[in-house]
Design a protein around this ligand. Structure first.
Ligand code: NAI
Length: 246
């Protein structure tokens, strides 16, 4: 799967974790990668971590802000000579039980995870339609399908991402653009490092493969969905979860 020479890819939340691994996986295959992130402090470090900083461009921006979203798409078009692949990966958690959940916890998670996905996709849609192989890949989560105590806001946002993805798949299928979601299970990143003590062990007992996922496990599935080989796959949610949800 090295059919990415010169392909223009935009990855949101690209400066660390799963987004960085996705950026690296595309850059290694010759893609022109635009990494957008609200965290701009480690821009050079993040681009260097892909192993191909010359193929990368970093854009500071907030996916939940419409102007920021358009600016990131423009930057990707400039860097890559168009836009072929959009990976909506930026996401946040504000975990707490419903009784303690503040309006702000709800709004922030919805704003980044769901509205951010909408704003980025809307800003990118014309460009993706112009691409000979437009691809939209949204990072959802298995909890969007199963629910999770303490994550009502996050699970709702990810369920929303699934409904959004399927709708866009139907809207853009006739324009040659595929839209799919990848639903990671429990992946080792900064996001999961914040889990309360003991929670990780309890979750691991629910994973048939008895290991946490790696960021590469997720990135490789994203690359496949963006490849020409996946051209007839659209509107799907692909879990990458070691068998947690089946
Ligand atoms: P992370 O917290 O390590 O990285 C997320 C990145 O998104 C960070 O670089 C952050 O600065 C950026 N970001 C946050 N808000 C942003 C905004 N408003 N605009 C632009 N960038 C923003 O998280 P991780 O674990 O790499 O997660 C990536 C995606 O995978 C998220 O959508 C997350 O919900 C999803 N996911 C992660 C799982 C896990 O086990 N780590 C499981 C299921 C889904």
């Amino acid at each position: 799967m090295s059919d990415f020479e010169g392909v223009s890819v935009l990855v949101t939340g690209g400066s660390r974790g799963i987004g960085l691994a996705i950026s690296k996986a595309f850059a290694e295959r010759g893609a022109k990668v635009t990494m957008m992130d609200i965290l701009a402090d480690h821009a050079d470090e993040a681009m260097a971590a892909t192993g191909h900083p010359d193929r990368c461009r970093f854009v500071a921006g907030d996916v939940s802000d419409a102007d920021s979203a358009s600016a990131a798409i423009d930057a990707a078009v400039e860097h890559g000579g168009g836009l072929d692949v959009l990976v909506n990966n930026a996401g946040i958690t504000r975990d707490t039980l419903l009784m303690r959940m503040k309006d702000a916890d709800w709004d922030q998670v919805m704003g980044v995870n769901l509205k951010g996905t909408f704003l980025m996709t809307k800003a990118a849609s014309r460009r993706l339609m112009k691409s000979p192989r437009g691809r939209l890949i949204n990072i959802a989560s298995v909890v969007g399908m199963t629910g999770n105590a303490g994550q009502a806001n996050y699970a709702a946002s990810k369920a929303g991402v699934v409904g959004f993805t399927k709708s866009i798949a139907k809207e853009l299928a006739g324009r040659g653009v595929t839209a799919n979601a990848v639903a990671p299970g429990f992946i080792q990143t900064d996001m999961t490092a914040e889990l309360p003590e003991g929670a990780a062990e309890r979750l691991m007992s629910l994973i048939p493969m008895s290991r946490l996922g790696t960021v590469e496990d997720v990135a490789e599935v994203v690359v496949f969905l963006a490849s020409p080989q996946a051209g007839y796959v659209t509107g799907q949610v692909i879990p990458v979860d070691g068998g947690m949800v089946m």
